[in-house]
Design a protein around this ligand. Structure first.
Ligand SMILES: Cc1cc2nc3c(=O)[nH]c(=O)nc-3n(C[C@H](O)[C@H](O)[C@H](O)COP(=O)(O)O)c2cc1C
Length: 326
């Protein structure tokens, strides 16, 4: 498991692991030549699952379980605290199995106030995990929410994959009804479809749409025998923009993620109906390409672009940005 996590970091940092198109280019902002807004006064604050965010962005689940992962999580958490963002940790399964690894996920010492999201693979509910493990994941990091990730394609693209997804909706719903902490159903790059989302009685969705990091591609770099499957299916999935359009009908808190790369993507995601956006790969690339300084530079640029999008659509706040796309 530790090797797998190390492989994922190495591959995602250095290989071409993105595929497809998140679909934002198909949409244009409804701009206003007379916006009746002052750029310096646009309000990007929001509340998501009870936590205030200064900017509607969650740094998505990336890692945990190794000493390298610990450094990454601490760095991202400190930035999230400074910018008022949310943060997801990577799958906590290794630390549920070996408590010594818990510290590689724990970030509250540097990020007291942030929206902090725990993470487990939903399929583990078919492989011995239950309410106890979900509670342990939340307690381990003092999480505000627990993301249960759905990754059937990723599991199928690896030799050691856990591929029995039978009856999972019922098990997820049972956890969601018993756990005191909100549960988020999260895809990881194939795009959460409306039919599946409708079956889930969770507190929020994270669309994990197609067009960003492709887990099918990532796995194709790890195992020669499975390379064909990984590459073949890297072009299969629902684009992020389409997922957002579909899932916002369900009227639940919604994270728009998968290939969100700049402030314009983020503005369009919110205009299409997401409440916040989620970004993973660029943060990892910045971490390896210049550390905290590079992460700050990336975020400053993204936030500036986002505010310009709000300004030219005449949106004083995020609620007004809703629907300003065609
Ligand atoms: C190195 C790396 C590791 C990841 N590990 C996890 C994980 O453990 N659990 C999870 O739910 N998602 C994981 N993800 C998926 C991201 O949270 C996100 O859903 C996905 O990468 C799409 O966002 P992006 O296109 O901005 O990268 C990981 C992503 C990266 C890049």
């Amino acid at each position: 498991m530790g090797n797998r996590k190390t492989d994922h970091l190495r591959i995602c940092a250095g290989e071409l692991v993105e595929s497809g198109d998140p679909g934002f280019d198909a949409y244009k902002l409804k701009t206003k030549s007379l916006p009746d807004v002052s750029l310096n006064e646009v309000d990007t604050t929001t509340t998501f699952l009870g936590k205030r965010l200064d900017f509607p962005l969650v740094i998505e689940a990336i890692t945990g379980g190794t000493s390298e992962a610990r450094k990454i999580n601490k760095t991202l958490a400190a930035v999230a605290q400074e910018y008022g963002l949310g943060l997801g940790v990577g799958s906590q399964r290794p630390a549920i199995k070996d408590n010594k690894l818990a510290k590689t996920y724990q970030v509250r010492d540097v990020a007291e106030d942030i929206l902090l999201i725990g993470n487990l693979g939903a399929v583990q509910l078919n492989y011995g995990f239950g309410l106890e493990e979900c509670k342990a994941a939340v307690d381990m990091i003092d999480a505000d929410a627990l993301a249960l990730h759905l990754n059937p394609l990723q599991e199928a693209a690896q030799p050691e994959g856990d591929t029995n997804f039978m009856g999972l909706a019922g098990k997820i719903n049972k956890i969601a009804s018993k756990l005191k902490t909100p549960v988020i159903a999260k895809e990881v790059g194939m795009g959460l479809d409306l039919e599946s989302a409708r079956k889930l009685k969770v507190s929020a969705y994270d669309v994990g749409g197609w067009g960003g990091t492709s887990w099918s591609l990532v796995e194709s770099f790890r195992n020669k025998d499975f390379r064909r499957v990984g590459v073949t299916y890297s072009y299969t999935g629902t684009p992020t923009a389409e997922c957002i359009r579909q899932l916002c009908r369900l009227d639940k808190p919604l994270i728009g993620s998968g290939g969100v790369r700049d402030g314009l993507d983020a503005v369009k995601a919110i205009a299409l109906g997401a409440d916040v956006v989620g970004v993973a790969l660029p943060f990892l690339r910045c971490y390896y390409g210049g550390g905290e300084k590079a992460i700050r530079r990336y975020l400053d640029g993204l936030i500036r672009e986002f505010k310009v999008g709000m300004f030219i659509t005449g949106s004083k706040n995020l609620r007004q940005l809703g629907g300003r796309v065609y």
